[in-house]
Design a protein around this ligand. Structure first.
Ligand SMILES: Cc1cc2nc3c(=O)[nH]c(=O)nc-3n(C[C@H](O)[C@H](O)[C@H](O)COP(=O)(O)OP(=O)(O)OC[C@H]3O[C@@H](n4cnc5c(N)ncnc54)[C@H](O)[C@@H]3O)c2cc1C
Length: 699
């Protein structure tokens, strides 16, 4: 396969579009702004888009002058795609631009690409399962799209959402992204944050900017987090790795013709590595986890010719290898002790600044983007005086436990990935132990080059376990090991790609919601499969719907229950069934909406089965409230209520602007319902606590 002109042009364009014109002068930066975002990675840019859509002005500073070319994240999970889908078609753009599914659905385990294949796992159809959920459990799908290709698209999306990249034409109150600027220091007090910004690497000029909130999306090494004295909790330095970004047309052709896939775990006497096929159409790869053991080695040892040699040995193919970049990185499993820092909690951590996981399972960027989604509406509500500032505390209450759970899951996945080399007699903990011993004992007084040779020698003896002279069908020990590997793969105990339950069913147990005591058991237990639920804290389950009435304020394109929540509107959704009880609840919600600073959008979710006995009531209610509600019906012959396992009639559901269920009532409408709804709404937003404080004599 040749990289065709079309794809080569796409690649070149993507690279060029990452270069921003010139570094703007400090005078172009506003002195006062509601929100400063530090860091223009996927989390910072997504946050800027979400805020801009909600009408909140922000200034994003990114210290790099151009977006990075080195690929990192590539797996985008269902939940992130659901968020992207509603950002002016960002989701469908990713779906169009990503490689075809057949290029990335499989992981291959082998001793070389033309060597012994130990197993191939299809992660879209793992044994007996179907994990391509589109239009059943989600309105979109998981995607394989590299972070360095996503970033320019996010920037483009930001401009479409009204964010300016051009300081010269910056309008008053317009959000902006300033590349080539770094945040040098911050001072936070009870009522504001003061940030010092300067062109990266320059001390000649600076700009002091005062903001109400500063969001630190400045990555795993977050300078903001460190300057606020916030520590990380968890496991530090799980493994040191090196990643080599390379282009190879021949390798792409070979894989497309013989064995397409996303990950290739290669266990070879010369090296052990995971080859990530970022895009087989562009011949773009990353070789990861080649043995890297600083301080005996450093990134400079990985010269172009050294990398080419190792990659060719590893794959045992005579291929072209154009090395683009080499990057060392350290794998941690840590979560910040707190997300809201400084006096008044006005410095807020998001993304890798708040948590850093092993990449196994692809949770890092996804969790960060979902942090941004959780925080954006809360910050917009507080800045618009629609909720007390205590609402922001729920960002930490809700997101920190999710980060901890995803950290634990990523560590578990990392261990699952290590089960294969262990089964082959390549115990990774042994390599680590040898390295630590060299570092801490007499080995460390040898010259570094000699230490490297000693380590290389020991590791190559270990890797001999996978040499063909040993790992062949005539050797009973090797046969036992190969059978063990096959069993691990068949039982789904190796590294998995999809985690439907953690992806779609993560639940906030405390925060901006009214928790329920008697939550269904199924949501408490750790489970692999996704089961739609309507309990407070979970995301509103998706169902394909059609609009029957009142569906286009703001010209929405509604095909999923999730489309009822519009990214540009700061409003809650009040979901009722089409019954006398449901519509009486709806009437209460409409009344409450008139007096509340936070609007409620009433949606009647009709069943295919009309209740004849209530037809007159329903008819006159609809006539009376014609302009005030939206009515939708399932596009297929199913009931959303049944899909969520709700059997009792009269249930109503309050949904937040980030799609999460805040409260539900399982009772039929009664004389106390209005009060019940008002109290629930106030307590979700945090007004109740404020009222209690006031009545206790506090300000
Ligand atoms: C090998 C690998 C594979 C991965 N695969 C996946 C995957 O498949 N799926 C997934 O979800 N995640 C994956 N991840 C994790 C993912 O890459 C990160 O979680 C993601 O980059 C975090 O985004 P972020 O915006 O929080 O931080 P970053 O992407 O690190 O961005 C932070 C930005 O802040 C800027 N910055 C820092 N300090 C300052 C300052 N003082 N002033 C101004 N700017 C500053 C930096 O230049 C940087 O651009 C992977 C990670 C690795 C290493």
């Amino acid at each position: 396969m040749r990289i065709t002109g079309k794809w080569r042009r796409a690649r070149d364009l993507a690279v060029r579009s990452r270069i921003f014109s010139t570094i703007p002068s400090v005078d172009a930066i506003p002195s006062e702004i509601p929100v400063v975002i530090v860091g223009g990675g996927p989390v910072g840019i997504t946050f800027s888009i979400l805020l801009s859509k909600l009408g909140v002005q922000s200034l994003l500073v990114e210290k790099r002058c151009k977006l990075p070319d080195h690929p990192q994240a590539h797996f985008i999970n269902n939940r992130t795609m659901e968020i992207f889908r509603r950002l002016d078609g960002l989701g469908s753009k990713i779906e169009t631009l990503q490689p075809p599914l057949d290029h990335w659905r499989r992981f291959t385990y082998c001793t070389a690409l033309d060597g012994l294949v130990l197993g191939v796992v299809d992660h879209i159809h793992p044994k007996g399962k179907h994990y391509f959920f589109a239009f059943f459990f989600v309105p979109t799908n998981v995607a394989h799209f590299s972070q360095h290709r996503l970033l320019p698209i996010l920037v483009e999306n930001a401009t479409r959402s009204g964010v300016s990249l051009d300081p010269i034409s910056l309008q008053p109150n317009q959000s902006s992204i300033f590349m080539g600027y770094q945040c040098d220091s911050i001072r936070s007090s009870l009522d504001k944050v003061v940030a010092t910004l300067r062109p990266t690497g320059s001390t000649a000029s600076e700009k002091i900017v005062t903001c109400q909130y500063l969001v630190a999306a400045d990555g795993a090494g977050s300078g903001v987090r460190k300057s606020m004295g916030v520590t990380l909790q968890g496991q530090h330095n799980l493994q040191q790795l090196i990643s080599v970004h390379f282009i190879s047309e021949k390798l792409s052709k070979y894989l497309v013709d013989n064995r397409p896939g996303m990950l290739f775990f290669v266990f070879n006497p010369s090296a052990i590595a995971v080859i990530v096929a970022h895009d087989l159409r562009l011949g773009e790869f990353v070789a990861q986890q080649m043995p890297f053991y600083p301080p005996q080695q450093n990134a400079d040892d990985f010269t172009e010719s050294e990398c080419q040699k190792t990659i060719r040995q590893l794959l045992r193919l005579d291929i072209d290898v154009e090395v683009k970049s080499v990057k060392p990185w350290v794998m941690h499993a840590e979560v910040a002790e707190k997300y809201l820092c400084g006096e008044g909690g006005r410095v807020i951590l998001a993304g890798d600044a708040a948590h850093r996981f092993p990449p196994a399972g692809g949770f890092g960027m996804n969790t960060g983007i979902q942090d941004a989604h959780n925080l954006a509406w809360k910050l917009a509500a507080v800045l618009n005086s629609m909720a007390p500032s205590t609402l922001l505390e729920t960002y930490e209450t809700e997101r920190r436990p999710i980060a901890k759970a995803n950290t634990a899951l990523s560590v578990e996945n990392f261990k699952a990935a290590m089960s294969i080399p262990s089964a082959l007699g390549l115990d990774p903990s042994y390599a680590r132990m040898v390295h630590e011993t060299i570092n801490s004992t007499v080995g460390s007084i040898l010259p570094k080059s000699l230490q490297a040779q000693v380590l290389d020698g020991i590791f190559s003896v270990g890797r001999a376990q996978v040499a063909s002279v040993f790992l062949n069908r005539y050797n009973p020990v090797a046969q036992a090991r190969i059978s063990h590997v096959k069993k691990i793969l068949e039982q789904g105990k190796s590294l998995q790609l999809q985690f439907p339950s953690e992806d779609l069913l993560f639940r906030y147990t405390n925060g901006a919601l009214v928790p329920e005591d008697n939550v269904e058991e199924s949501s408490r237990e750790r489970q692999r499969e996704y089961v739609p639920l309507s309990v407070p804290g979970v995301r509103l389950p998706h169902m394909k719907i059609k609009v029957l009435h009142g569906g286009s304020p703001g010209c929405e394109d509604i095909s999923s229950t999730l489309d009822l929540i519009h990214p540009s509107r700061l409003e809650f959704l009040f979901l009722v069934e089409c019954s006398a009880s449901g519509l009486n609840w709806a009437e209460d919600a409409l009344q409450l909406s008139k007096s509340s600073p936070f609007p409620l959008r009433v949606v009647v979710l009709s069943d295919q089965t009309a209740r004849d006995a209530e037809a007159d009531f329903v008819g006159s209610w609809k006539e009376r409230n014609a302009g005030a509600y939206t009515e939708v019906v399932a596009a297929d012959k199913c009931s959303w209520w049944e899909l969520c396992g709700v059997s009792q009639p009269g249930i109503v559901i309050l949904v937040r602007p980030d799609d999460h269920i805040a409260w539900r009532s399982l009772k039929q409408h009664g004389s106390k319902s209005f009060e019940e709804l008002r109290l629930a709404f106030d307590s979700v937003l945090g007004w109740n606590e404020k009222l209690q404080l006031k009545s206790a004599g506090c300000k």
